[in-house]
Design a protein around this ligand. Structure first.
Ligand SMILES: Cc1cc2nc3c(=O)[nH]c(=O)nc-3n(C[C@H](O)[C@H](O)[C@H](O)COP(=O)(O)OP(=O)(O)OC[C@H]3O[C@@H](n4cnc5c(N)ncnc54)[C@H](O)[C@@H]3O)c2cc1C
Length: 428
């Protein structure tokens, strides 16, 4: 007798094991929308939160920028409850230490880790097959498919942006991007150029000199000072409603651009920069980077000074290593996947290539977006930790409705042998 194994069907597949993906997944389980055993998580790294941990470690940041209430637990007191002492926070806004925040992330994941179907790999395609989504996971040489009723896409940020001058360097050259590479330990006396002027650059520029690394900060623009990297007004209903009243995705994008503050630093970090400059521990060079070349085991940087009025003086300096802290590309994360989905499933894209989701953050029935991908609906805080909550609040009921409608349709189909499915809301 032949036995046919029916492929396992999940209720939900979450793509991306970062703080935002795990927030949505754990909330779906906690709210009883899905059983942990009917959920899968796909992420290419060995450990969840790997990207966040690497990037925060690279920047050597001791405390978060956002308050302790911005964790990934729906209970806004979760981080405070976990703390063992006040020294794990810093003013203003009672911001938690990175160590405490990491423990909080782990706590949240541990609550579901044993039951969730964890797959290591990158989602390379998502296709519709009847009522199901079929998710293709590629990892190394292998390929795997997952069949599911719902998908939540939380793939984080677009790729790191490398300055043009540094983008064609030989792979052996000591050129790093703080969001792409695991930074090496530098030795006392090493000469390091940091290129960029945001929070990552500022953290590195203030922590490396403490280990007697000689640091030049190549910064084209002046530092701007803001406590948060996006206007908090959009977290609440006042600006949030204003944002959602805008119909045109172009205008929404414009408002997001005006409300986000990439390249800004909080006041305490700005003070530390000023202190380090005064002490002679840090040199800030107002310069436009033009070119880079390998020089022995190091790198030669060339640029033009932008501080002096009139003539722009050329500048050339050699370093043992160069670290780009230049943020992310402007397009959507998982761009190829998004473009392919839009093309073959006819889904709405804005002119900037970002998806245009509905209010419940579904882009198609059963396909939900979180983080940067949901920015045109969630607004300026979408990429932040608080953006996870704003997305979760809409996605969790959205998935519940979708699974409920799906079950109803299956029951109706089972009753009607001809396969007729009554339209939603009609009498059977
Ligand atoms: C150093 C640093 C400090 C920050 N501090 C703060 C702060 O204080 N407050 C705040 O609000 N925000 C902060 N942020 C911003 C934001 O909270 C983080 O970027 C956060 O990591 C976003 O979580 P995420 O889940 O969207 O992305 P990520 O942590 O990047 O996780 C996304 C995951 O999805 C995976 N993935 C991508 N594509 C695929 C695919 N096709 N298939 C499978 N998996 C895929 C990625 O590999 C990654 O593991 C900070 C960011 C950084 C880098």
């Amino acid at each position: 007798m032949q036995h046919h194994t029916v492929p396992r069907r999940h209720d939900v597949v979450v793509v991306g094991g970062g703080p935002i993906g795990i927030h949505v997944l754990s909330r779906l389980v906690e709210d009883g929308v899905v059983d942990a055993g009917a959920a899968a998580l796909v992420d290419p790294h060995d450990e969840v939160f790997a990207q966040w941990n690497t990037r925060a470690g690279n920047c050597r940041m001791p405390f978060l920028r956002s308050p302790a209430s911005h964790g990934i637990d729906p209970d806004f007191r979760a981080i405070r409850r976990l703390a063992s002492g006040e020294d794990q926070f810093t003013p203003p806004y009672h911001r938690p230490s990175v160590q405490l925040f990491r423990a909080h992330l782990e706590n949240r994941w541990t609550s579901i880790a044993d039951s969730v179907d964890r797959r290591r790999g990158t989602v390379s395609a998502i296709d519709r097959d009847g009522d199901d989504w079929v998710v293709t996971v590629s990892g190394g040489d292998s390929r795997d498919t997952l069949r599911t009723a719902a998908v939540v896409l939380a793939p984080g940020q677009p790729p790191p942006r490398m300055p043009v001058a540094l983008s064609d360097m030989p792979v052996t050259a000591p050129v790093y991007h703080t969001h792409r590479d695991l930074l090496p330990e530098f030795a006392p006396g090493d000469r390091v150029a940091i290129v960029g002027g945001g929070i990552a650059a500022a953290h590195l520029a203030t922590t490396l000199p403490e280990r007697h690394v000689i640091v030049d900060l190549w910064n084209r623009d002046r530092f701007t000072t803001w406590q948060f990297d996006s206007s908090p007004c959009f977290v609440g209903p006042r600006c949030g409603t204003l944002f959602r009243e805008i119909a045109d995705p172009w205008h929404r994008r414009d408002l997001i651009a005006r409300s986000r503050r990439p390249g800004s630093v909080p006041a305490d970090l700005n003070d530390a920069l000023v202190r380090h400059r005064r002490n002679g521990q840090l040199r800030v060079i107002s310069v436009e980077l033009d070119a880079a070349a390998a020089a022995g085991r190091g790198v030669l940087l060339r640029g033009r000074s932008v501080a002096a009025r009139g003539a722009r003086r050329p500048l050339a300096r050699e370093y043992d290593a160069v670290i780009a802290c230049t943020g992310f590309e402007p397009g959507p994360p998982a761009a190829e996947l998004i473009a392919a989905l839009a093309a073959h499933s006819g889904l709405a894209l804005a002119p900037d290539g970002y998806p245009v989701p509905r209010h419940d953050l579904s882009w198609a029935p059963g396909l939900f977006l979180a983080g940067a991908l949901a920015e045109l609906e969630v607004g300026p805080p979408a990429r932040n930790l608080v953006g996870a909550h704003l997305a979760g609040r809409r996605i969790v009921p959205g998935v519940a409705r979708h699974l409920g409608a799906e079950r109803d349709a299956r029951v109706t189909r089972a009753r009607r042998p001809d396969g007729y499915v009554a339209p939603p809301g009609s009498q059977p």
